[in-house]
Design a protein around this ligand. Sequence first.
Ligand SMILES: *Cc1c(COP(=O)(O)O)cnc(C)c1O
Length: 344
Amino acid sequence: MNPTQDLKQKLQKVPRIKLARLPTPLEEMPHLTQHLKGPRIWIKRDDLTGIAFGGNKERKTEYVMADALSKNADVVITTGSVQFSNHARTTAAAARKLGLNVVLVLHGEEPENYDGNLLLDYLYGADIRFIDERKQEISDKDPMEQIAEELTSKGHVPYIIPMGASYTIGAVAYANAMLELNTQAQEHKLKIDHIIHAAGSGGTQAGFILANKVLETGTTIHGISAEPDCQWLKTKTIQIANDTAKYLNIKTTITPTDVTLNEKYSGKEYAELTPEATEAIKLVARTEGILLDPVYTGKAMAGLIDMTRHGQFNKDQNVVFIHTGGTLAVFQYGQQLTKTKKYS
Ligand SMILES: *Cc1c(COP(=O)(O)O)cnc(C)c1O
């Protein structure tokens, strides 16, 4: 059996609930390509998956929710940051669609006004628990575990989803996305030389890398970290990829050399809008009419632009940018986006 068929069969055995609109489009970015005078640039629109403004978390949700339901869960618990957790928002919407309750453990202070993801979490009726580390006494116990115990004692069946759904079940979704992209590439008679995507908690890259190695595509996958000091993320990505290989019964081992994770474009901290991301957001909006976000995809695109300008890709190569979503965050950066003059 060829590697594509084999991987397809293995992925088909994993329980899944249809939630996302798939396959997402693979489109050319002709004006951006012309502007940058580098490789041919394509975009895979995973921001158009559908539910609750879409994004990469929705792909993961299909497998995560199937796993939760197979364990008879009536409530899911997950975690993320107060303002920028696209994962929390997507999980809340998916849970509601499937008739489940949802508890969100959000790290940070409760703001006076709810906005962006948090506003949607609220509208979806999530039970939101704010954890403000500065006020909290240090506890060994994961707050999600504590809440799960509390719910179990009340007769509920909780299911904990790790941050960003970055664990085996979530990574399966991106192994499947790689298969989907590979099929589209064949339809377009396209050899993909590089894939560039934003990385946060590792599940997306883990799935991509695993399937990419199994399919022997020869594509280099560049994860662009949303935060600095991402050695932990590299370790975690390798771990998830190998756990996922085991889970899928794939005899492939992912080693550090398989993981290209770049932290050069994150700025000093998570969710800090960099001048380069601002430039990237404006450039893509103005050349292609496509919206990126300040926290993840804007930084990943800043990476693509910078690597192109530094001649890291050849003109005859194809680069696919994965649009992982998160776009509603732009409204929280209105002031900064209009004030930064680097590309005005
Ligand atoms: C979560 C997220 C990512 C990162 O995906 P991981 O699987 O957590 O690495 C990238 N882009 C957006 C918009 C996200 O919400």
